[in-house]
Design a protein around this ligand. Structure first.
Ligand code: C2E
Ligand code: CA
Ligand code: CA
Ligand code: CA
Length: 274
């Protein structure tokens, strides 16, 4: 019930002493954020650098807090995960991102895809597949336009469970991207067992890529790995012309980053790219 999910519920939680008052207040505010329509999805374009055409967009959640203003997902996603609120919030993001993509398709941009981040907590939910299936049928979106982004750390908690779940997702027809690739602690062997479609090179490797030999080597290796395994590759966090030139020379053409665009409201993206 509502009452149960309100303030009192948290007041007596045993882990309260471990958590900052700030976090507890944020969690309570987050309960209300969804129904108060304080959450909003921004879309960051993924551009084919060969022709500057938009291929897809990543849905990125924003919280417009009435007093604090914009709160970064880096600050509230962990709270949403810890409290379990990420489940209804994540469902809301999926539904609205699919609805938005359907609008773009109806406007004639029929090849466009949308990428949605899935937290480990959502991935573990028993009804994940039913949830996604019902969103696809409600919106009438063909499944292969929906790309689910998972990080290595999220999917490596329980390998057997993970492979099964990923295969079920694939059977629905959605695509799976491995986010922040290269920052996790897992072995590379899983890449051949897991039904992954896309690797996203983490943006930390883009820093100083023309001068930092380690970052250049790591990025080149990840791109070559994806190419040799027949996976798609997206470079994240591309901010400069030098980075773009470096990536283009390695035949990495799908680019997401401030060089092309910050995340935008759907209308702004429509205006800029369509
Ligand atoms: P992420 O999935 O790795 O998303 C990419 C982040 O990099 C976004 O930050 C994006 O704004 C930022 N970014 C993109 N290009 C550039 C660039 O050129 N330079 C720099 N400095 N940054 C760039 P954002 O939107 O703050 O999101 C942070 C993280 O929050 C995301 O990282 C993701 O892990 C999480 N997140 C965001 N939305 C959701 C959501 O709906 N569900 C879940 N579970 N997590 C989300
Ligand atoms: Ca992501
Ligand atoms: Ca990422
Ligand atoms: Ca990240």
């Amino acid at each position: 019930s509502k009452e149960k999910s309100g303030t009192y519920h948290h007041f007596f939680r045993s882990e309260m002493s471990d958590r900052s008052l700030e976090n507890i207040m944020l969690e309570n505010a987050l309960y209300k954020a969804l129904e108060n329509e304080e959450l909003e999805i921004y879309y960051q374009p993924q551009i084919d650098s060969r022709n500057n055409q938009i291929m897809g967009a990543e849905a990125l959640l924003r919280w417009n807090h009435p007093i604090k203003g914009m709160i970064s997902p880096l600050d509230f996603i962990p709270i949403a995960e810890e409290s379990g609120l990420i489940v209804p919030i994540g469902r809301w993001v999926l539904l609205n991102a699919c609805k938005q993509l359907k609008i773009w398709h109806e406007q004639g941009h029929t090849d466009m895809t949308v990428s949605v981040n899935l937290s480990g907590r959502q991935f573990e939910e028993d009804d994940l597949l039913t949830m996604i299936e019902s969103i696809l049928s409600e919106t009438g979106l063909a499944p292969d336009f929906l790309h689910i982004e998972l990080t290595e750390n999220q999917i490596f908690k329980n390998t057997h469970f993970t492979i099964d779940k990923m295969k079920e997702l694939k059977m629905l027809g959605v695509k799976i991207a491995l986010d922040d690739f290269g920052t996790g602690y897992s072995s590379l062997g899983y890449l051949k067992n897991f039904p992954i479609d896309t690797l996203k090179v983490d943006r930390s490797f883009m820093a100083d890529i023309t001068k930092d030999k380690d970052n250049a080597a790591i990025t080149s290796t990840i791109i070559a790995l994806a190419q040799n395994l027949g996976l798609d590759i997206i470079a994240e966090g591309v901010e400069t012309e030098e980075q773009l030139v470096f990536l283009t020379a390695k035949d990495c053409f799908t680019i997401q980053g401030y060089y092309f665009s910050k995340p935008l409201k759907a209308d702004a993206l429509t205006e800029k790219y369509m």
